[in-house]
Write a protein that binds this ligand. Structure first.
Ligand SMILES: [Zn+2]
Length: 314
């Protein structure tokens, strides 16, 4: 079983304390506190030479400040459940530090989080933590002005709220619900996988789509499968969920039972979709498919759904 990405096991978010600026300031100053850095939304990592193993790089405040970086309004990620040290994230725009060679050197390498997740070279807990920071950073970049009156907004609660200085409207980080479903053939011996033009060559994955206002999860699964593949779905059961910070989604994994089998592919969404036997899916996961086809990346919930089908646990 592949564990879905979650960071709750590592850190206590302390959501009841983070509205106290004094408390957060004392944590920032504490010598045990560590900061992870996102450079243009890419986490700064340390890795072995071949980059087959890596982890987030955790900085002290002194390290960042001595390289000339201004640590204003860091995002509070939480405190360690064991040990109690606080963890923050700092989002930095590379253009703004181009005149600081010491900082550029300190913050290398910064690597795209999706690649790190797909390669599986960073632990799922740390990918999840970086994802939490990345989702927050993306939201802040897009919530600088009030949606109600247009005035500037300011960061509050360690990054978990923004307040409009003019009309006082509070805004909170958004999470977009997405259904992602493994569709089983009526004979239960094969499943439906598709290819988006954005995927790596020869990779197939489960179908997915955003839930729209007014829809429940099963409605969204049935609509998306019909729209993308022309297949009718009957029963829908819940499998598991996974936060997915691209940019700030919650993937809701489901197993869907098809009641029809003929495919009508929406070529604007997918370049291909077809039924795959359980055996073929096993080869795609194990990397032994005779035509070189592959399945979803190691830390994607789609992989957990497909693995459940292959192992007969769906
Ligand atoms: Zn306003």
């Amino acid at each position: 079983m592949i564990p879905n990405l979650r960071s709750s096991s590592l850190l206590d978010r302390q959501s009841n304390k983070r509205s106290d600026p004094e408390y957060l300031a004392s944590l920032v100053r504490n010598a045990d506190t560590r900061f992870t850095v996102l450079l243009d939304h890419k986490p700064v990592i340390v890795s072995n030479e071949a980059r087959t193993e890596a982890s987030l790089r955790w900085f002290t405040l002194a390290e960042l400040v001595s390289a000339g970086l201004v640590v204003a309004d860091p995002f509070f990620l939480g405190v360690e459940r064991t040990g109690g040290a606080a963890r923050f994230a700092v989002a930095i725009n590379e253009l703004r530090i181009r005149h600081l060679p010491a900082a550029l050197q300190l913050l290398a390498p910064a690597v795209d989080l999706r690649s790190l997740a797909m390669q599986g070279i960073v632990s799922s807990e740390e990918v999840s933590l970086a994802g939490k920071a990345k989702a927050l950073a993306h939201w802040h970049d897009n919530a600088r002005c009030c949606g109600r009156c247009g005035a500037a907004t300011h960061l509050r609660d360690g990054g978990w709220r923004r307040r409009c200085w003019s009309c006082g409207t509070d805004m909170f980080p958004r999470t977009d619900p997405v259904v992602i479903m493994l569709v089983e053939h009526p004979d239960r011996q094969s499943c439906l996988l598709g290819r988006s033009g954005r995927f790596a060559p020869k990779m197939y994955s489960t179908l997915a789509g955003f839930i729209e206002p007014g829809e429940d999860i099963a409605d969204a699964v049935r609509r998306e499968v019909m729209e993308e593949a022309g297949v009718e779905v009957g029963d829908v059961s819940y499998h598991s969920t996974q936060p997915w910070p691209f940019p700030h989604s919650l993937m809701i994994g489901c197993i869907a039972q098809a009641t029809t089998t003929e495919l009508t592919i929406d070529l604007e969404e997918l370049v291909d979709a077809r039924w795959f036997s359980r055996e073929e899916c096993r080869h795609m996961i194990e990397g032994t498919h005779p035509d070189g086809l592959s399945g979803p990346g190691r830390q994607a919930i789609a992989r957990a759904l497909l693995t459940a089908f292959v192992e007969g646990r769906s």
